[in-house]
Design a protein around this ligand. Structure first.
Ligand code: 3H9
Length: 649
């Protein structure tokens, strides 16, 4: 018999003397107010039921409880509060067993820790990802975890936020058993064999830390968290749990959680969390079915093409690499292979996985081999005539319904597609280098692009685990257009008398890995220079940039040993350059400098973003934020330039 509590997002069924509580709160069984209340009521009812000896807690849908309901974080908390619910389940008179599939995360894992036992499918994962949302666990996660696993493991889980897969979780003692096959049946059998009520985690002492452990951990967590507040605060909670009473540690954790929940950093990280999820399902493709992509080809095996091919192989899509001659093809295949070899060296994949990825890549110099390919991505030299020749060949060789994409970053995709039979299957897919690593994908439809083609671009991004953002056609699309404005504004500061190294330091302190000048030295100053020269050759009025002066003096960045800075041979550390000061001296006009350089430059990014929105190049401010965070190193904890513009200080 199954009783569904009225309007409750869970059901209770009986299997002999075992009660099975099944949470059903789509999409991810988050602990909304209604669910917390329903679980509370279930705990009360089952404690009072003499016909029940044990309880199995399971979930329907794609996952176990994925955490607190993040949409409730902006509102005042309503009872029953999660810590109280967790304590209530822990205080139950019958042993509860959490039966985990999908993910038990955050509050979901905290509920599981309140259960006496945890069993899981091998495909499941558990974790405390709160720090990725700028908060610490708020329902006892940092207090119970160190009572279950050694401090080093607790630190890893709570300060990185990375989930632990079930087999490792079993080895660590985070779960008690892996269930093969039917989780519900397996959990019931397990619960039936465990009649006793062993001590709860509350009754256990925390595992001891060696002397000096917390000081060392603070150093490494501080370094890894790159300016984010939450990881060190989570560490402080774990330390408290090992040094104070359960009650004191719980109060400390709750206080920290409530403080951080209302912090600007947490608001920014929540904004990014929801923006990333919304990115995969923009309004422009609602209800449109993507075309199947079973096979793909990449034209051009340089750095970009090889990265794209590797990204496709990482998603298990068979790839044909196309080059113009056999030497270039051999180099291209070598470039892709080197990416997988590098992944093996860094321990990301095993030898056999690398071999499988390489085996799914073939090469050709003959377009006729693409006759049955579903998707072709062109990544050849940024020259209109070269790209057009590629699409002419593709137009002849490919199936009439094959999707044809260009990876151009600066050319007008409409011009690239000119003359293509059926331009409705053409689209811009702008990857960022290294394409197998960088998460951003700018999806650029032309006016002719069919909705299914656009939807296929988004579906591909999801398969490649990328963050897709639709961009309209303009010089540089969204990201490079803002980059141009940012660099020009940084140069303007130099003209006004700001120190190059001070500007870089300001942006690093803000949270970028590098400032604008260091970044140019790394990437090379010549690409932007050649673009400006090209525009000048076409008769456009492009004022002289400071970068032009440097390139003309042979300073093209690290590769020439000098750019905005000087570099000693074999040393990538930038050193302020007297030669640069002398070269730029005539262009320095002096003037007033902003009090806060980073706020000024980020503000100008936001201003450009606002124009981009007005022009319809981006659909939503959060799309611009995603472009900056995932393509240009904007610090995630700041939420992006549009978040700063709309909600910043
Ligand atoms: C916490 O627990 C704090 C506690 O310690 C203390 C409290 C006192 N809330 O990712 P998907 C939505 S903090 C609300 O595409 P998947 C998401 O927006 C929380 N909504 O699915 C999307 O909505 P829509 C700690 C949520 O299958 C839909 O669900 N937990 C939440 O690829 C599908 O999401 C986390 O940080 C939420 N917590 O991946 C876990 N989570 O369809 C965060 C998701 O309208 N969640 N949504 O766009 C995840 O990591 C993934 O969702 C998960 C499933 C791996 C579970």
């Amino acid at each position: 018999m199954s009783i569904t509590l009225e309007a409750a997002p869970l059901a209770i069924a009986r299997e002999g003397r075992i009660a099975v509580v099944t949470v059903d709160n789509p999409p991810v069984n988050a602990l909304s107010h209604a669910l917390r209340q329903a679980l509370w009521d279930a705990a009360e009812a089952l404690d009072a039921d003499p016909a029940i000896d044990a309880v199995v807690l399971t979930c329907s849908g794609r996952t176990f409880i994925a955490g607190a309901d993040v949409t409730e974080f902006g509102k005042p908390p309503q009872p029953p509060h999660l810590p109280d619910l967790v304590a209530r389940i822990e205080a139950a008179k019958k042993p509860w067993t959490a039966a985990i599939h999908g993910s038990a995360l955050g509050g979901g894992f905290e509920v599981a820790l309140a259960c006496r036992f945890r069993v899981a499918l091998a495909s499941a994962a558990v974790g405390l990802p709160e720090v990725t949302l700028g908060i610490v666990p708020g329902a006892g996660g940092t207090v119970r975890l160190p009572r279950l696993v050694p401090p080093a493991v607790a630190v890893e889980i709570a300060t990185t936020g990375k989930p632990v897969k079930a087999p490792r979780a079993l080895a660590l003692g985070l779960i008690d058993r892996l269930v093969d096959g039917d989780l519900r049946a397996g959990a019931i059998a397990f619960a039936a064999a465990m009649p006793a009520l062993p001590p709860s985690l509350r009754d256990r002492a925390p595992l001891p830390a060696e002397s000096g452990f917390w000081e060392e951990a603070a150093k490494s967590v501080g370094k890894a968290s790159r300016g984010e507040t939450a990881p060190l605060r989570a560490l402080a909670c774990l330390r408290k749990a090992t040094e104070a009473s359960f009650e004191e540690a719980t109060a400390f954790e709750r206080e920290t959680f409530l403080e951080l929940r209302s912090s600007p950093e947490a608001a920014a990280l929540r904004h990014v969390f929801f923006a990333e999820r919304a990115a995969l399902r923009p309004a422009s493709i609602r209800g449109v079915e993507p075309r199947p992509v079973r096979t793909a080809a990449v034209v051009g095996g340089g750095t970009m093409g090889a990265g794209i091919a590797a990204a496709l192989r990482d998603a298990a899509i068979p790839v044909i690499l196309v080059e113009r001659d056999s030497d270039a093809l051999a180099r291209g295949i070598g470039n892709v292979g080197a990416i997988f070899d590098g992944a093996v060296k860094r321990g990301r994949i095993g030898e056999s996985e690398a071999a499988a990825r390489k085996a799914g890549l073939s090469g050709t110099t003959d377009y006729a081999r693409l006759a049955d390919t579903d998707l072709v991505i062109e990544a050849v030299f940024e020259e209109l005539s070269v790209k057009r020749a590629v699409f002419e060949a593709l137009g002849r060789a490919c199936r009439a319904d094959a999707i044809l994409a260009t990876n151009t970053s600066y050319l007008d995709p409409r011009a690239v597609a000119e003359g293509l039979p059926d331009p409705s299957r053409f689209i811009g897919l702008h990857f960022f280098s290294p394409a197998n690593v960088m998460k951003l994908l700018e999806v650029v439809p032309t006016p002719e692009t069919a909705p299914e083609t656009l939807a296929t671009g988004f579906a591909l991004a999801a398969r490649l685990r990328k963050v897709p953002v639709q961009a309209g056609i303009c010089d540089g699309f969204i990201g490079n257009r803002i980059l141009k404005r940012y660099r020009a504004a940084a140069e303007d500061l130099v003209r006004s008398g700001a120190d190059i190294a001070d500007i870089d330091a300001a942006m690093r302190n803000y949270g970028f890995a590098m400032g604008p000048f260091e970044a140019q030295d790394l990437g090379g100053l010549d690409i932007a220079f050649l673009q400006r020269e090209g525009a000048r050759a076409r008769g456009e009025n492009v004022p002289e940039a400071l970068g032009d002066i440097l390139v003309r003096a042979g300073r093209r960045g690290q590769k020439t040993g000098c750019g905005w800075y000087d570099y000693a041979p074999g040393d990538r550390r930038p050193r302020p350059s007297a030669a640069v000061s002398a070269l730029l001296a005539p262009a320095i006009r002096g003037g007033e400098l902003p009090r806060d350089i980073a706020a000024h430059l980020v503000g100008l990014m936001g201003t450009e973003g606002a124009v981009i929105l007005d022009e319809g190049i981006a659909a939503r401010p959060e799309d611009i934020d995603l472009v900056e965070i995932h393509g240009y190193g904007f610090p995630r904890r700041r939420g992006g330039p549009m978040f700063q513009r709309d909600f910043g200080p």
